[in-house]
Write a protein that binds this ligand. Structure first.
Ligand SMILES: Cc1ncc(COP(=O)(O)O)c(C=O)c1O
Length: 395
């Protein structure tokens, strides 16, 4: 049963005044009169198990370099319980963070000048980090309903070396299905293209969607038949709001173990010990907290969609099964004088309405006229955001 509209969620815990005391990017990038619903940080209190684990480590002076396999073991436990993914923690590599880990993996699988395919629109650092490693990005669009487009990928894979999959997909919140991923794996094999999957959003899936599907919403790429040579890059940082405590894991399927082992030794120097402790505590002891977050996102997604339909009826919120992001098509939205918002509606709402969303433009092809909303916040803040959007159109 869906939570009733009025029930409190974990996002109702902190007031706007409390959130504004934060010094992270979400709260410091824009002036204080701007309401921030952009970068992927969550408006939640940190879970008690993570606070306890990090505080305890500080008290014991356990603040040296990372040691042991605690993070990988905690992740293996979570992956087995939640997704039935049995992995060998001894084969995982702990790396700096997800995007740096993607470049560490690319350096093993590709050479400078090689082509890396991405699905557009996609998380903007996919372009920046691939290009920064002197690889070439080739765009293959998702379908109009944000699914994997196998025909587009078939074309894009010609002469390519790697497909950088976003699973689930940021910004659309698409959770690729087991069938879609199996077809993708088969296609990639046929072209000799290796799949590297950024699975950072994996734990953030809709409980309502899971009930409807009767299976986990997220499918780990490495468990897909045919994708035994894929590599997953994953972290607890997104789902437990731990971006300030950097660490990630690279995990290969059985055929990819030698590639993960071949990642340069210097890559092991990035993650911090306190991050590994925090992520392990989250994965092991803060699962109830995560359950509250994902239940809360179902509520805020439905709430935002309904309020937007009232105040900005021509905006289209794309349905999503995962992430706490909403991908909003503003191409049909008009101001009171009948003018369109143009390619960058986020800029219009920021400048005229003092509400910050993420612009669709840096997501690449398919991002024009779209914006991305961060739903990991209270319904009160979402209401204020929608009010500011409505006022912008009337101004
Ligand atoms: C798809 C995706 N990958 C990676 C990241 C960033 O992860 P990290 O800070 O570990 O590099 C994000 C952050 O929102 C993301 O959405």
């Amino acid at each position: 049963m869906n939570a009733p509209e009025s029930a409190a969620t974990i996002f109702d815990t902190l007031s706007l005044d409390e959130l504004r005391t934060r010094t992270s990017e979400k709260w410091r990038y824009y002036a204080p009169d701007v309401l921030p619903l952009w970068v992927a940080e969550m408006d939640v209190p940190q879970s008690e198990p993570v606070i306890a684990a990090v505080t305890d480590a500080l008290r014991r002076g356990d603040t040296g370099y990372p040691g042991g396999r605690g993070y990988a073991e905690a992740f293996a436990g979570f992956a087995a319980d939640r997704w039935g993914w049995e992995l060998d923690p001894g084969r995982a590599r702990m790396l700096t963070d997800v995007m740096i880990a993607v470049t560490d993996v690319l350096k093993v699988l590709t050479a400078p000048g090689d082509t890396v395919v991405v699905n557009t629109p996609v998380y903007p650092p996919f372009y920046d980090f691939v290009r920064d490693t002197d690889r070439v990005v080739r765009a293959a669009p998702l379908t109009a309903d944000n699914r994997l487009d196998l025909a587009a990928l078939d074309e894009a894979f010609v002469g390519a070396t790697v497909f950088l999959l976003c699973n689930p997909h940021n910004p659309t919140g698409t959770a690729h299905t087991p069938d879609e991923l199996a077809a993708l794996a088969e296609l990639a094999r046929r072209h000799g293209v290796r799949i590297v999957a950024d699975e950072i959003h994996a734990p953030i899936t809709s409980p309502a969607a899971a009930r409807e599907l009767g299976r986990p919403v997220f499918t780990p790429i490495v468990t897909v038949p045919g994708a035994e040579n894929a590599i997953s890059v994953i972290s607890a940082s997104k789902a437990w709001n731990l971006a300030g405590l950097k660490a990630a894991l690279a995990i290969g399927g059985p055929e990819a173990a030698p590639d993960v082992a071949a990642i340069a030794e210097i890559a092991d120097h990035g993650a911090s010990h306190l991050a590994a402790i925090a992520h392990a505590a989250a994965l092991t002891h803060a699962r109830g907290w995560l359950d509250e977050v994902v239940a809360g996102v179902d509520v805020t997604r439905a709430h935002f969609t309904a309020r937007l339909a009232e105040r900005v009826p021509d905006a289209v919120v794309h349905p999503a099964q995962a992430t706490y992001l909403a991908w909003v098509d503003c191409r049909a939205v008009r101001t009171a004088d009948g003018s369109a918002l143009g390619d960058d509606p986020a800029r219009v709402f920021l400048e005229r309405g003092k509400v910050a969303f993420t612009s669709g433009l840096p997501f690449g092809e398919g991002g024009q006229g779209f914006l991305r909303v961060n739903l990991a916040t209270s319904r009160g803040i979402l209401d204020e955001a929608v009010t500011r959007m409505g006022a912008t159109l009337l101004a």
